[in-house]
Design a protein around this ligand. Sequence first.
Ligand SMILES: [Zn+2]
Length: 86
Amino acid sequence: MTVSSAVQIGYRLANEVNEGNPANNCVNGHPIFYVEGQAGELPGHIYSEAGMREFRISRMCEWCFDDMCIEEDDDFDLSEGEGLLY
Ligand SMILES: [Zn+2]
């Protein structure tokens, strides 16, 4: 997926995410767009129904949300110890 195609598809749907709210940037300033998927691939990407609900509450796009969670998971993995698996 390229940035331009994602934006073209997603901007049409961004109004659904925003429900008429003219502010269509996430808290970190990413113009948001909606394209179904498994993970946030680009800044501003929202890819699930849960992500749309979350955006309405927190104004955080799923790309930012995933980025935050991945960092937390990394910390968790370090404290939990990879030695358990290897
Ligand atoms: Zn964002």
